[in-house]
Design a protein around this ligand. Sequence first.
Ligand code: ADP
Ligand code: MG
Length: 361
Amino acid sequence: MTSALRLSGLSYRHPDSAQPVLTDVGLDLAEGRMTAVVGPSGSGKSTLLRLVAGLTRPDTGDVRVGDRSVLGLPPERRGMTMMFQKPHLFPHLDVLDNVAFAGRVAGRPRREAREAARRYLTLVHLGELASRRTRALSGGQEQRVALARALAAEPEVLLLDEPFSALDTELRSAMHRLLIEVRAALEPTLLMVTHDMAEAALADEVAVLVEGRLAQVGPVEELYSAPASVAVARVVGGFSEIGGVLTPAGHVSALGTLPCGAATVTPAATLLLRQETVGITHGTDPSATAVGTVVGTTRVGARQVVEVSVSHPRLPTAVVRAEVPLGTATRIGECVGLVVAPDAWCVPAAPAAGLAETADG
Ligand code: ADP
Ligand code: MG
């Protein structure tokens, strides 16, 4: 049932807009693989899924399922199903017939479609709700039914556009566990749009879309350890951006000279520090990498993120975020030492606002 999905050179511009929404997007998903597409709001993620599904026609490029191009085919003949944030269930049908609907559309006899629907309902742990009216379902149950219906169509490729983003944290984690089970049982080829990095981590690979172009494609660990640009680091989240220059000795900034891995050969470089790799110590600790002033603190669950500003007579002020246990003494204005783990990462400096166009000619 599952097939490879290959996107190549996909570009798209709205007829009434000067800016392209997507430029030369290519992605390769082998059979049974899952890729998550992440990116800022408006970066073109939903448009990309619509092009793949056949709801919008690209200006250039190709969409291939298995060994055939599906570009000339209408959505219902592309071997794909798409699941959205809203479940779009039929209110006049019970749960079982909602799921069986997919099989009926595919031309299967009612009895056979209902038998298959029962299996998919069991897979999403809703077997006992088969005869329930959809009105009587909770939001999480509705999304499970929608997932069962998408699977019941037995697509070669499953497309998911932020399918769980309307659910609360607990239901969302339950859906994540379910998605893992579904992958193990059916091995569908899966392309999923999300803005949640925890959700993206369910995928084999993550594709970062920035202003309609793929900025990086790789396993989620790579996005955390070696983001290709400041833009990618912002999508991933949790990085401090430290402006400076790259020298043979390391990255030079208000924090001093720090050794770093580098994705850049340009001298102007941004050092990216992950907040969970930075520690805090007292301001007179000789082992501190740098000394600064606490300028902010935010509680994040059982941890807190402390913002420390480090100034320098000649170099730009650096603001470093450190994720530390709750209760770490930090008053605004307090002088603290920063302990930076020696695995920082450097990327080309983001172009200063307004300079980008001139630099590009
Ligand atoms: P995402 O899903 O990443 O938030 P979308 O794919 O929905 O992004 O939208 C991508 C871009 O296309 C946005 O910048 C949006 O403003 C633009 N856009 C969407 N619909 C239209 C339209 N009908 N005309 C012009 N631009 C549009
Ligand atoms: Mg969208």
